[in-house]
Design a protein around this ligand. Structure first.
Ligand code: CP
Length: 305
């Protein structure tokens, strides 16, 4: 059982809770391998509300629900729901809680996850709220690092290239700041450095945070976590155009560096496709962990694991 009803922020994910979740993730991975689908949630209905585009998060939650034999209800863009007629988020959630046992929502508005979680009588999972948080992605990222390196502490990490607007960077840096002796280097355009408030929050845990205009991955980094510039969140279009191809990992940047390369994807300009063949490029493996991680979360939040 988890000590919370809903997951809206990676701040809720302490090392002790993460350890418990990873144990269940490992069990789910074995169950996929051995049985494909199991009856664990065959008496449950999962609601998937995706009001911003998604491939991985939406389909891996669908796959997770299918593998646990849960039923599903969907809303896939705001214009096909009564949001279009002006219905509030609170009223929508009050309806959906009557149609399902757990609600998963992606929404463009920062803070929408907190509103939905407070309103909902059934468990709620934040699948991304604007540029704020993406806690289930952070769990997938941490699971990948743990599988590859065997620890989540004493890591020398690079985050790039849009630390200001990437909810995945916000959630993973918050999660990893709860472990001892991690060092974060944020790189990318000056205008897209992490906010002062995020930096202060991370530093308050004792995590060393550095800002660097450039990094060399051969300088002893354990992990580079890169993400596309978040085009849809730019108020200044010229800033996006000016920087979109300036920050990219090419094969020589990565080869023989010993640095693990993660990306929550979709990959746009931030990693050259030549990097894909390198053994330390693990972003597609990382995406594949979405299913067992989300199976574990569904089962645990519904009191079945
Ligand atoms: N990583 C991630 O959130 O991908 P999608 O936007 O495709 O769901």
């Amino acid at each position: 059982m988890l000590p919370f009803k809903s997951l809206t922020s990676s701040k809720q994910l302490t090392p002790e809770i993460i350890k418990q979740i990873f144990t269940v993730v490992d069990q789910m991975a074995v169950s996929i391998e051995n049985k494909g689908r199991i009856d664990l949630l065959d008496d449950k209905v999962v609601a998937l509300l995706f009001f911003e585009p998604s491939s991985r998060t939406m389909m891996s939650f669908q796959s997770a629900a299918q593998r646990l034999k849960a039923g599903m209800v969907f809303a896939q863009n705001a214009s096909s729901t009564s949001f279009e007629k002006g219905e509030s988020l609170e009223d929508l959630i009050r309806m959906v809680e009557a149609y399902s046992d757990i609600i998963i929502m992606r929404h463009a508005q920062q803070g929408s996850a907190d509103i939905a979680a407070k309103t909902s009588k059934v468990p709620f999972i934040n699948a991304g709220d604007g540029g704020n948080e993406h806690p289930t992605q952070a769990l997938i990222d941490a699971y990948t690092i743990h599988k590859e390196i065997g620890r989540l502490d004493s890591l020398n990490l690079v985050f790039g290239f849009d630390s200001l607007q990437s909810r995945s960077i916000h959630s993973l840096s918050r999660l990893l700041s709860q472990y001892k002796n991690n060092r974060f280097t944020f790189t990318g355009p000056k205008e897209l450095e992490p906010s002062e408030s995020l930096l202060a929050e991370l530093q308050s845990t004792g995590t060393e945070c550095v800002i660097a205009s450039e990094v060399n991955l051969h300088d002893g980094y354990d992990v580079a976590y890169v993400n596309r510039l978040q085009e849809e969140r730019f108020e200044n279009r010229a800033l996006f155009e000016e920087n979109r191809r300036k920050y990219r990992l090419n094969k020589p940047d990565v080869e023989n560096s010993g640095c693990l390369i993660l990306d929550p994807l979709p990959r746009i300009d931030e990693i050259c496709t030549e990097v894909d063949e390198l053994p330390n490029a693990v972003y597609f493996k990382q995406a594949s962990y979405g299913v067992p991680v989300r199976m574990a979360l569904l089962a645990m939040l519904l009191g079945k694991a």
